[in-house]
Ligand binder design. Structure first.
Ligand code: SF4
Length: 211
């Protein structure tokens, strides 16, 4: 089995993933941009399915950011509890809602650094927000993406910021948003954390771990 350069691996990975998951997309519900941002906050260490269910309950109770920013921490915490990390996510949702209705005047900034000023929003969530809402090229390196990129051989790192940089070097900018979603699809379907199904995986012909 030949060894491939990272650029070649990226090319093969992209082609295979696009073929395997033609309908790949963000699995968080997207109705309003600000609601998607809140879902992004809730998604830390939680499944998108759970976030969609819990955020429905949250927005049924507090339909907009004005209502959310007026709510008490206790009330918000009560609703978002199923998503875990309740205290930090409550603080983050409240900070986001206050900035959205206040200094941002109802518009989410298309700016990762500005978004990262919100309590609890790190680079992953900021990248998700600018990518999904504005189509700004940004790679969301979540736990699936980090794992599959290392196994395939596109990075040697487990540090998300480093993985993101390695990916930015080999995937063209217009692929950055999609490659994050495609990595999640691969990680959920074949390249699971504990028992990767290499025998059925479409990456098996070039993946470093498989090799
Ligand atoms: S071949 Fe195996 S290790 Fe490589 S990406 Fe597929 S499932 Fe993961």
């Amino acid at each position: 089995m030949p060894r491939f350069s990272r650029s070649k691996l990226a090319e093969l990975t992209w082609d295979s993933l696009k073929k395997a998951f033609p309908d790949s997309a963000c699995s968080l519900d997207f109705d309003l941009p600000e609601r998607l941002a809140v879902r992004g906050i809730l998604s830390a260490q939680c499944t998108d399915k759970r976030v969609n269910l819990t955020s429905k309950e949250l927005f049924d109770k507090y339909p907009d950011m004005k209502a959310l920013s007026a709510a008490s921490a206790e009330d918000i915490a009560q609703v978002i509890k199923p998503c875990g990390l309740t205290a930090s996510k409550t603080a983050s949702v409240m900070d986001f809602a206050e900035r959205f209705t206040g200094e941002w005047k109802g518009t989410i900034p298309n700016d990762v650094d500005e978004l990262m000023k919100v309590r609890g929003i790190g680079r992953k969530i900021a990248n998700l927000i600018v990518g999904e809402i504005y189509g700004t090229p940004a790679i969301v390196v979540d736990t699936h993406c980090k794992r599959v990129m290392k196994r395939i051989g596109i990075t040697d790192s487990e540090d998300p910021a480093h993985v993101e940089k390695d990916m930015m070097k080999v995937f063209e900018e217009d692929k950055w948003i999609a490659i994050g979603h495609l990595s999640v699809d691969l990680g959920r379907t074949y390249c699971k954390s504990q028992s990767p199904d290499c025998g059925a995986c479409p990456m098996a012909g070039f993946c470093r771990r498989r090799i």
